[in-house]
Design a protein around this ligand. Structure first.
Ligand code: FCB
Length: 454
């Protein structure tokens, strides 16, 4: 047995990375609209103002998905497009856009998966202190209610947050993503706590305002390390390396699995994290952990890469150095297909929740060839290796519900701007022409065979 018969073969995007129409039809500013115009922040001053112009071209984009046989589409909602001030006044035109998109998807036989927050935080709420403000969980709950009331008669799957590790760690600790701040450890831990509370409140809102058949989860990320051999001690060491907190307090503290997922799925912060961060913790009120761990239906995980791990004589993990010349993507991310077997397996063992791979893919230096096509053999090889690893996990009993390729189309890659390309579809930013790459057609054949041809 390989992939389930109803496996969700998907592709993913995020609002700021593709929509454009940043200042149109009543949309409010997001922190990314502001950050991108600040000199020196984004590669060659690129912005998401136009991006893939998906706001105007969504019909064509849905048709491209249909042509590739894609069965599920994970996209995010722009909070300030729906609520220009983050709370209060609703922008009907913004909501109507998502309404039309959902209808178009359903019409094409594609299942919509909505991510509520993929980083484009409303600037008006940022001015009120953003995630530092203790009201922020209820702001997010209000926003959730607006979206869910409108879409949950047709959208049956929601993710609350995308990669809290990144937007807290890069945005507020290292300062390389919007809003570009370098706040103290105490501040970022307080924000993280509010984000987790916001997640829990959002789940509760979904349970009370959406029909019973609606499911919810979240979509964190981290390195998914893997053992260098299948010796039990190496497997154990790799698992430990995934689920332990960093050894040192620093600006990368947020880059871990357990601070986010133990709290959401097990109802407590990890012991080693509490010890490490004890001098910087926010107040954890009675009842907070119950809200944060409000039961969810599935765990999403964005999985791109991991490190090879060997056990030392005490069983402790040694992070192995890669050999010179090992394969990597255009963004220099190591290509490590093993992580798509071991990651889901370890996550499933620990959290016992059905899993979606909510993102996986690679950046390549894609070009239009003389024949007018986009040949991307490296991406095909990457996907082939990674999907075989995922199939092994499914064959061995890990409950894998779906896989979302990052990304449906080339798009605005945050501080790297349009420098590198992640899509199954090539986007010519000069004229907004789209070309399905070879990998898009290859993915179609995999979907048709439900992965049996891998
Ligand atoms: C993830 C983000 C996504 C995209 C990919 C390449 O960290 O969630 O928006 O940028 O990386």
């Amino acid at each position: 047995m390989g992939f389930k018969e109803d496996f969700a073969w998907g592709a993913a995007t995020a609002s700021y990375q593709i929509e454009g129409a940043a200042f149109e039809e009543g949309k409010g500013l997001s922190i990314w609209d502001v950050y991108c115009t600040q000199p020196g922040k984004v590669y060659e001053g690129h912005t998401g103002e136009v991006a893939c112009d998906h706001y105007h071209r969504y019909k064509e984009d849905v048709q491209l998905m249909k042509e590739m046989g894609i069965k599920a589409y994970r996209f995010s909602i722009s909070w300030p497009r729906v609520l220009p001030y983050g709370i209060g006044e609703i922008n009907e035109a913004g909501l109507a856009f998502y309404d039309r998109l959902v209808d178009e998807l359903i019409e094409a036989g594609i299942e919509p998966y909505v991510t509520l927050f993929h980083w484009d935080f409303p600037y008006e709420l940022h001015k009120k202190g953003g995630w530092m403000n203790s009201e922020s969980p209820s702001w997010f709950a209000e926003y959730t209610r607006v979206v869910v009331e409108r879409l949950s008669n047709r959208v049956k799957n929601f993710f609350t947050f995308n990669e809290p590790q990144c937007f807290i760690g890069f945005g507020y600790s290292r300062g390389v993503h919007a809003p570009g701040l370098k706040q103290s450890l105490r501040d970022t831990l307080a924000m993280a706590h509010n984000v987790l509370l916001a997640h829990g409140h959002s789940v509760r809102v979904i349970r009370s305002y959406a029909p019973k058949d609606v499911k919810v989860g979240f979509a964190p990320t981290a390195f998914m390390n893997y053992p260098c051999s299948e010796k039990p001690e190496d497997i154990e060491a790799a698992k430990r390396s995934i689920f332990e907190m960093p050894k040192e307090v620093g600006e990368n503290w947020a880059w871990n699995v357990t601070w986010w997922s133990d709290s959401v799925l097990l109802g407590h912060y990890p012991e080693d994290g509490l010890r490490l961060l004890k001098d910087y913790l926010p107040e954890i009120k009675e009842g907070d952990m119950e809200i944060i761990s409000e039961p969810i239906d599935f765990l999403g995980h964005n999985i791109y890469t991991g490190r090879a791990i060997k056990a030392d004589e005490n069983g402790d993990p040694i992070y192995l150095t890669r050999e010179a010349g090992s394969p990597k993507t255009a963004l220099n991310w190591p290509i490590t297909p093993e992580c798509l077997y071991w990651g889901p397996r370890f996550l499933y063992e620990r959290y016992q929740k059905p899993i979606y791979v909510t993102e996986n893919g690679m950046a390549c230096h894609d070009v239009i060839s003389l024949d007018g096509k986009v040949h991307d053999p490296n991406r095909i090889d990457f996907l082939h290796r990674y999907l075989k690893a995922l199939r092994r996990a499914a064959e061995e009993g890990v409950e894998v519900q779906g896989y979302f390729q990052w990304s449906l189309m080339d798009n605005f890659e945050w501080h790297s701007g349009y420098a590198e390309r992640f899509g199954l579809v090539y986007v010519d930013y000069q004229n907004q022409n789209r070309i399905i790459k070879d990998s898009g057609y290859w993915y179609k054949s995999v979907i048709e065979a439900n992965g049996r041809n891998l």
